[in-house]
Every structure is written in structure tokens, then in C-alpha cells.
Design a protein. Structure first.
Length: 335
């Protein structure tokens, strides 16, 4: 089941995100925005039949030249078969047919205070099921320049794209997808989905609950302005409360800063106005409050909105299966 944002009702969707499970932790309850609960550890229903594809999919991606990603036809090549059919004159004609539909590429864009490794829990299942994956390196220098960079990555990919962004990465994907007809779906993972003229600062303060501001430490940049980090002493509680402590310590040490200017920069005209979108976020997100997520999803006319009980801002790390299922739902809807 999924919540049809903006319609004030619950309706069936192509995949049961929650898979009719009990609450992931004892005492978790379903909020009005949730139509199901997400188990802590579960295996995708498609993973069992797709696991053997990992090596082949990974090899296909690794074998591509730098800056050139595989086309859908190349990704599907192992499934193609050549056969001969008799012509009316009795001659044989060789033909090639594909046994799969056009395969979309999933492009993952991380947010602030993180890097592309934040998608490590999501990528294996997508590869196992035959979907090419690109985890783009978000520069985190400015909303416009970051979107331009990601747009250049998208321009190098042939065929349909499902574009996924986390946190500040939501601003980037919404602007990067503009004018690219290959982008068929947007997935916002605990992410900002701004209207034109809005910034991350605007949206994070629109509803009570964000405690990010006091957790930030500024570092002056040589050319002026500041880089922002989350202080190590509060990183886990602020950013990754449901991640094991040892992992959170590593995340704090390897976090990538974002410029103060990027968080305050106004977004351009958003692609979610013309491209179908899905939202998934953590109930206990301290960076972007749940109320802000619901507001943005409803405003975007989201096809599906999932709140993961007990999850933090890094829901793709702590509950990767929940995020993977939403991405797969988006893929199913646009293929």
C-alpha cells in the first residue's frame, strides 16, 4: 500500500513497500503518513531471482570507457538471442530479438555531509536485478553548479533514467533533470524538493523539528565563505541515530562538507512539476522534519510517500531495503 500524496487517502500501489510487516522495532507505530511498516532486515522479493546477475551487471559497467555508460541494449545484451526464420522463398534470415524491456539506469546523488558510499546498501540489489547504476559525486559547492555537473553526467547516459537524490541531493536532481527527456522518474530520499526560489535553509526551517543548525561547524574557505561540517560529537545523534556507533564514527570522519552558500542558494524551476516523483524518509529525521517531507511530497503530487518508522536522516544506510523498494516501484511505474 502507498499513500497517494495530496489526495488524502490510502490506495494500492504496484509494490507493497512495507510488505505487510510488523513494526521494525517494538513500540513503533504508524503515523498518518504511513501505509505500512518496514522490517529492519528483509530480502527483496526479486533479489532471489536476480542475485546471479550481480557479477555480469558489475562487469558490464566496469568495462565501459570512462565517461560512457552502457546503453539499455548493451545492458540487455546477454539476454538477446539470434535465431533464423524461413522466408517465403525458403531462405533463412538471421534476426535478433530482445527478451527484455528497455532497462533504465538508476542514478544516485548523495547529499551534504556524505558521499557516494552512502548508497552502498542500495546498489547491490539494484545490480542484482539487472539495473545499471551510477552513483554520481555531488560537488556540494552550489545548487546551480552542482545541478549543472549532475546534468552533464545524465547527458552521458543513453536510454531511460530513474534519478534518485538524498537530502540536499534532492535540490540537485530536481534542477539537473530539467529539459532531459530521458529522466522518467524522481525519487526523493529524505530529500528537499524545493519550489523555484526556495533553498534548503528555507525548507528545513518551514516546520519545527530540525536541529541541524546548532550541530554545524563552519570552516573558512580561502576565497571567502564557509564550508560546513556536522560536529563529530553530535554526528550520530543528529545525522545517523539508527546507525551502529562504529559506522557512525567512520561516517563522521569521512563526511564531505557543503558550502554555506549552497544551502542558502535558491533553486530553479523544479523538474518534479513534469516528472513523476516518489518520496521516502525517516520518521525521526532531525535534518529535514517529517512534516516538511509530507508537505513537499503533497505539493509535488507524489505517486507514493513512505515514512520509515524509527529511521534517521540516513534511511538509505540504516534501512536500505525500504529505499530500494521505493526505487523499484518507481522503475515499475515508468517502464
Amino acid at each position: 500500500m502507498c499513500r497517494a500524496a495530496g489526495e488524502g487517502m490510502i490506495e494500492a500501489c504496484p509494490r507493497d513497500f512495507a510488505r505487510a510487516g510488523a513494526a521494525s522495532q517494538k513500540g513503533n507505530t504508524m503515523s498518518p503518513a504511513v501505509s505500512g511498516t518496514i522490517p529492519d532486515v528483509c530480502l527483496s522479493r526479486r533479489a532471489a531471482i536476480g542475485r546471479l546477475a550481480v557479477a555480469g551487471a558489475a562487469a558490464a559497467i566496469a568495462a565501459t570507457p570512462f565517461g560512457k555508460f552502457p546503453t539499455a541494449a548493451q545492458a540487455a545484451a546477454p539476454h538477446n538471442q539470434s535465431f533464423a526464420t524461413a522466408t517465403e522463398e525458403g531462405k533463412l534470415m538471421s534476426q535478433t530479438t530482445s527478451t527484455v524491456d528497455t532497462v533504465p539506469t538508476v542514478v544516485l546523488v548523495h547529499g551534504a555531509f556524505a558521499d557516494s558510499s552512502s548508497w552502498n546498501g542500495v546498489i547491490p540489489d539494484l545490480l542484482a536485478q539487472g539495473y545499471p547504476v551510477v552513483a554520481a559525486a555531488n560537488p556540494l559547492r552550489g545548487a546551480t553548479s552542482d545541478a549543472d555537473y549532475v546534468a552533464s553526467v545524465l547527458a552521458g547516459i543513453e536510454g531511460p533514467i530513474v534519478l534518485v537524490g538524498h537530502s540536499y541531493g534532492g535540490i540537485v536532481i530536481s534542477n539537473a533533470a530539467a529539459g532531459n527527456g530521458n529522466v522518467k522518474a524522481l525519487v526523493f530520499v529524505a530529500a528537499f524538493a524545493p519550489e523555484a526560489g526556495e533553498s534548503a535553509v528555507d525548507l528545513s526551517g518551514k516546520f519545527p523539528g530540525s536541529t541541524l543548525g546548532p550541530a554545524l561547524a563552519p570552516f573558512p574557505l580561502p576565497g571567502g565563505g564557509n564550508d560546513l561540517y556536522i560536529r563529530n560529537d553530535v554526528f550520530q545523534s543528529q545525522f545517523a541515530a539508527d546507525v551502529p556507533e562504529a559506522e557512525a564514527v567512520l561516517m563522521a570522519a569521512t563526511q564531505r562538507p557543503i558550502t554555506e552558500a549552497a544551502l542558502a542558494e535558491a533553486a530553479g524551476d523544479p523538474a518534479w512539476k513534469t516528472i513523476p516523483s516518489w518520496f521516502v524518509y525517516g520518521e525521526l529525521d532531525k535534518n529535514i522534519p517529517a512534516a516538511a517531507q509530507v508537505f513537499m511530497a503533497e505539493r509535488a503530487g507524489a505517486k507514493g510517500t513512505i515514512e520509515v518508522p524509527g529511521a534517521s536522516h540516513v534511511v538509505m544506510i540504516s534501512r536500505p531495503q525500504a529505499v530500494t523498494d521505493v526505487i523499484l516501484t518507481a522503475i515499475d511505474a515508468v517502464r
